[in-house]
Design a protein around this ligand. Structure first.
Ligand code: ZN
Length: 132
């Protein structure tokens, strides 16, 4: 299976693992690292709400924990066909892949592609802290 197809399938499968007893709004994500590895994640909600984590960050942190430092692509699917990453996740995406592609997945045949630059223009990143 090619990496692109596997990324989308992992994203769709990950959504089934969401833990959302409060919103019932399930989201799945999958990231592809520069080495071609794929990591999935789903949103997990907590009763006090604040510790809740989005699918995108769950997938990214999973990859980073396993040693990845550069993410080239992320696929996201949710209960709405317009499930885009929240602002917090966009900033985390910026940290590990300023040039990453963002795939918004309705199903395996309906995928829209964006750049992170389109979703988070004029962003702040690690290089902004250099030469201070
Ligand atoms: Zn988020």
């Amino acid at each position: 299976m090619d990496t692109h197809k596997k990324l989308i399938e992992t994203c769709l499968e990950s959504k089934k693992k969401a833990y959302t007893p409060y919103s019932h709004f399930n989201v799945g994500a999958a990231v592809e690292t520069e080495d071609g590895e794929i990591f999935g994640g789903a949103n997990i909600e907590i009763a006090s709400y604040s510790p809740t984590i989005c699918a995108e960050r769950n997938a990214i942190f999973s990859a980073v924990y396993q040693g990845a430092r550069k993410i080239v692509r992320i696929a996201i699917t949710g209960d709405s066909e317009n499930t885009f990453p929240c602002g917090v996740c966009r900033q985390v995406m910026r940290e590990f892949g300023p040039d990453m592609e963002v795939l918004i997945v309705k199903d395996k045949d309906h995928v829209r592609t964006f750049t992170l630059e389109e979703l988070l223009p004029h962003s702040f990143g690690p290089e902004d802290l250099e030469n201070v």
